[in-house]
Design a protein around this ligand. Structure first.
Ligand code: NAP
Length: 644
């Protein structure tokens, strides 16, 4: 199963192909691996072009112009062979695949790194993460039903994996459609800020995204198409909210209370997968008089499409990722837009952010077998090797006056400061306001292609950095007493990220309430399980958020893999339930905390949604992507107490 259409015949002349390869939009590093794979010819992998992981974030793998041309020459000759109809005659051996992948990643790949990247590459679009077991062969007669809560990206994924394993499941979705975050967030300008070729399931790769970073509508369509292709729609009960779940120790089942259309209903199952997301419960600021405003006001994730903004004076509170996406659209139509910024964000330049895929790249996708898979691997490798080390704290790095935490963090800060200076070169007043004074990477970067500076420099846009004292019937008053008379207020004020699984009531073993156990400080083993809550799994749970190095879909795939391993263990060993040992859970979380303390976002005192109200980083994963893969590959029975 794949979205990749058939490869088209190559009809272009040598000159036309050379011109495609010379186009700046053609990503060169994945070319030779794709061609070596297609032709079964490893001699295409020029040793002098071996990629350098330390240059992974640079354009074209950091190759010099001469090296780029060398790659183009080799590629042209290989494409001529494809044009003549040449193809590899037999499947690559594992050793050959390893050699091609090693070249593609500039690292002699081995062990789990190789295996994890092979799954991401998904050669020939093979679903390498599919469960390798089925309930029918393990325990066909056992009554075992899983309730999945939420039909967003991770709920759909969990459903598909259970379906592949032949495990019965039902999805409860509070909305009337699937899509989760991509259904909720319909604000103008909404798009994914991670490259789309990695923001898709490894086993449902798609190359013909219209943009490098697709818009909300396109993503919603992708997840709908996936749900249809997975044939799971009939398992979804829409407009059904799970209000509570109580573990019954005698029967080893979870008893759910379902609410739909004001009707309540009981439902019993053996396991629950919570796929409710992390960034979906709108957070409104605690500003005096907020409810007294007479005009329309709404949150970015609950966009008011009825409100007319033409000719209106609009206030926007917040300048995070969501606000920076919708403010330019609002400014285009409103008479005036006043942006209230509390903390400026570091902008991460990405010139192709809103660009369509160039024709030359599409040509490669359409004509070179599996180029899209190698393109994805290249992006994945870049994000794996990329920014994370620049956010790690070097204990020997002293005070350099910029809150940097290491030499490479300092360098990154310089680069991003230069970017701001060039973007706001004509407006020193704005430059001062938008330049952060905290550690680079302590809050989420805001991806930018220049639109933010263009928007803030519009004559009808005002950036206000005074704190808001109160909201009245007519507008907002800042601490210095200035009154802002506005017709509408839009809240781009983020989400209650650390309030995991609220407002659900979950009662586990011994009548323990999950939220009482957490007491505002959600923790879980692997981000997936908590002691006293047998067979209850969290997807995108505590400390599973990655902020700079990749796609959250990768994390969900690892989590769901672990969950299926767990269920397999139950079925294989005729165990009713497992409960994670408290010391395993606690030791794990000590390591997570130690890890986060060594990261820019952990050491900095700046406010961010990465932290909960206790100040603990309860959202972020501080280690590499590979580390999470390693930890979620197999279930260790010693981590659990068996419940019969
Ligand atoms: P956010 O990053 O939490 O931003 C909220 C904004 O509201 C911040 O600027 C915050 O200021 C401000 N704010 C909150 N309370 C305030 C108050 N009382 N007065 C003034 N300002 C206040 O939320 P978000 O922009 O919705 O983004 C959340 C996350 O969602 C992102 O980091 C990202 O992970 C994800 N996201 C992804 C995409 C995408 O991929 N397309 C798009 C949007 C969001 P402070 O900084 O001072 O707290």
């Amino acid at each position: 199963m794949a979205f990749t259409p058939d490869i088209l015949p190559i009809l272009e002349s040598d000159d036309e192909i050379a011109s495609i390869l010379s186009h700046a939009g053609t990503e060169l590093p994945p070319l030779l691996p794709a061609l070596a794979y297609a032709l079964g010819d490893l001699s295409l992998l020029d040793k002098d072009l071996w990629l350098n992981p330390t240059k992974s974030l640079e354009e074209q793998g950091g190759w010099t112009l001469e090296e780029q041309n060398r790659c183009r020459d080799i590629a042209l000759r290989a494409i001529q062979r494809l044009r003549k109809g040449e193809a590899r005659t037999s499947a690559p051996t594992p050793e050959e695949l390893r050699s091609i992948m090693s070249w593609a990643c500039g690292t002699k790949l081995d062990g789990s790194y190789l295996e994890m990247l092979r799954e991401e590459l998904a050669p020939e679009n093979i679903d390498l993460r599919a469960p390798d077991w089925s309930k029918d062969t393990l325990d066909p007669d056992r009554d075992f039903t899983v309730a999945i809560i939420g039909a967003g990206m991770s709920g759909i994924l969990a459903a598909y994996r259970l379906k592949q394993a032949g495990v019965q499941f039902v999805i409860f979705e509070k909305n009337d459609a699937i899509g989760g975050t991509w259904l909720d967030n319909t604000y103008p300008g909404c798009r994914v800020d991670v490259s789309n070729h990695v923001y898709c399931y490894s086993f449902m790769q798609k190359h013909d995204w219209p943009h490098f970073h697709s818009t909300q509508e396109v993503l919603l369509e992708y997840f709908n198409d996936c749900a249809d292709m997975f044939d799971i729609r009939d398992h979804i009960r829409f407009t059904t909210e799970v209000s509570s779940s109580v573990w019954d120790e005698d029967t080893g089942t979870w008893n759910l209370n379902l609410v739909s259309d004001d009707r309540e209903e009981a439902f019993s199952c053996h396991s629950i997968i919570s796929a409710v997301g992390q960034l979906n419960r709108p957070s409104f600021p605690d500003i005096a008089g907020r409810d007294s405003f007479d005009g329309p006001s709404w949150h970015s994730a609950r966009w008011n499409h009825e409100a007319e903004l033409e000719g209106k004076h609009v206030a926007v509170i917040g300048t995070g990722c969501s606000a920076v996406q919708f403010i330019p659209r609002v400014a285009e139509i409103a008479a005036s837009t006043t942006v209230f910024q509390r903390t400026p964000n570091w902008l991460m330049p990405r010139p192709q952010y809103q660009k369509e895929l160039p024709e030359s790249l599409l040509w490669c996708f359409n004509h070179l077998p599996y180029y899209n898979n190698w393109f994805r691997l290249h992006l994945f490798w870049r994000s794996h090797e990329g920014l994370l080390p620049r956010l790690e704290v070097d204990p020997l790095w002293g005070d350099h006056g910029d809150n940097s935490v290491s030499a490479s963090n300092h360098e990154l800060g310089l680069m991003l400061r230069l970017y701001l200076q060039s973007e706001f070169s004509e407006r020193p007043d704005l430059l001062e306001k938008v330049t952060p004074n905290y550690t680079t990477g302590a809050k989420r970067f805001v991806i930018d292609d220049g639109l933010w500076a263009t928007t803030l420099q519009r004559p009808d846009v005002t950036l206000c950095t005074d704190s808001i004292a109160s909201i009245t019937t007519e507008g907002l008053i800042t601490e210095d007493g200035t009154f802002y008379d506005v017709d509408a207020i839009i809240y781009g004020t983020g989400f209650k990220a650390s309030e995991f699984l609220t407002p659900m009531k979950i009662v586990g073993k011994g009548g323990v309430s999950l939220h009482e156990q957490w007491d505002g400080d959600a923790q879980a083993y692997l981000g997936i399980v908590s002691p006293n809550f047998p067979n209850l799994f969290f997807l995108y749970g505590p400390n599973t958020n990655i902020v700079i190095n990749g796609s959250i879909i990768y994390f969900s795939e690892c989590e769901v893999h672990y969950v299926t391993r767990y269920i397999r263990h139950l079925l294989e060993n005729k165990i009713t339930a497992l409960d994670v040992k408290p010391d395993v859970h606690d030791q794990y979380n000590i390591k997570i905390d130690e890890g986060n303390e060594k990261m820019a976002w952990g050491i900095s005192t700046v406010n961010s949604w990465y932290k909960n109200t206790n100040g603990r980083v309860s959202q972020n994963w501080p280690f590499s992507l590979l580390e999470y893969w390693n930890q979620t590959q197999e279930l260790n029975p010693d981590d659990y107490i068996e419940l019969q």
